[in-house]
Design a protein around this ligand. Structure first.
Ligand code: GLV
Ligand code: MG
Length: 323
């Protein structure tokens, strides 16, 4: 791909709108998740599993990956973070048993580049030992502490396996001593803006700087579908690729909110056509042109390319009679 001023330098990854979290300790949910309409499912060995249930959860997860039907979904396992005693067993046991069926591991609470490099090295050995395709297993890295956010650039570039940066609002709120217990909602008393804006924007900018996906974390009030919609719309508007979901109701809303809108797609294709014509010989080699009331130039074309690419990837086609 042409590295034109750093605009697009990596191949596009399979995009995800909804990433479903499933506790590894719950066999019923491991079964049910296979039939749900999330783009990605991750089987959790970390915070949704109690300390005494970690070993049993690992076995459940291995069985579910091996025996389940996960076709059509990106499949990942979230291991425990490096401050625990479980990470090495999670990585070794899971990848040895079902590494050929997984797309990615999710590393929570990444705080330094070493945390990422350590998983990368383990994966490289495991791939060799088990004759797995080298480098195929990807890493999704959660940024969810003050230190993780400070070190985000070196974390993002610590391994070529890193393909996604994920915001973890619950741990992030705890790390900052934020005075709120409602994950994803604004802390009461903070009336001057969005308390998560800095973290969300920093993660997004880092992801885009390195050609990675940016995924927003969970909204824990699972009965408050409108609250989830508000939070999802806000990160989608910033440019996030998708959001974690915890419940079937959140999946439907997340898929809708993160899908490219038909109107936006039509407009993007119209901009690309208008700009291609205006810069051609037939259009007089003009680098700036009016489309309706809007002045278009090369930057407009780049913005339109992003929306058109997302729409095409989602299977949209141009309306016969665009609005
Ligand atoms: C997710 O892991 C979070 O901490 O929000
Ligand atoms: Mg977390």
């Amino acid at each position: 791909m042409i590295d034109n001023l750093g605009a697009v330098s990596r191949s596009p990854q399979k995009s995800r709108r909804t990433v479903l979290s499933v506790p590894g300790s719950n066999p019923r949910m491991l079964e049910k998740a296979q039939g749900l309409d999330a783009d990605e499912v991750f089987l959790d060995l970390e915070d949704a599993v109690a300390p005494d249930a970690k070993d049993a959860a690992r076995d459940n997860v291995i069985r579910a990956v091996r025996e389940g039907d996960w076709s059509g979904k990106t499949l990942a396992v979230r291991v425990n973070d490096w401050t625990t005693s479980w990470t090495h067993r999670d990585v070794v046991d899971v990848v040895s048993a079902v590494g050929d069926r997984l797309d990615a591991l999710i590393l929570p609470k990444a705080e330094t580049a070493h945390h990422v490099a350590a998983v990368d090295l383990m994966l490289t050995q495991l791939e060799t030992a088990h004759r797995l395709e080298a480098g195929r297993l990807r890493l999704e890295v959660q940024i969810e502490s003050a230190l993780g956010l400070q070190n985000i650039d070196s974390i993002a570039t610590a391994s070529a396996r890193v393909e996604t940066l994920v915001f973890g609002p619950a741990d992030f709120m705890a790390s900052l001593n934020m005075r709120s217990l409602v994950v994803g909602e604004q802390p009461p008393g903070y009336d001057v803006g969005d308390a998560y804006h800095y973290a969300l924007m920093r993660i997004l900018v880092t992801a885009r700087a390195h050609g990675l996906q940016a995924i927003d974390g969970p909204y824990l009030q699972v009965r408050d579908v409108e609250g989830f919609r508000r939070a999802a719309r806000s990160s989608a508007a910033l440019g996030y690729d998708g959001k974690w979901v915890l419940h079937p109701d959140q999946i439907a809303v997340g898929n809708e909110v993160f899908a490219p809108a038909q109107d936006d797609y039509d407009r993007a294709e119209a901009i690309l056509d208008a700009y291609a014509h205006s810069t051609s010989a037939a259009g007089g080699h003009r680098g700036a042109v009016m489309l309706g009331d809007e002045m278009l130039d090369e930057a407009s074309r780049k913005m339109a390319l992003v929306i058109a690419a997302k729409g095409r990837a989602a299977g949209l086609t141009r309306s016969q009679d665009p609005a």
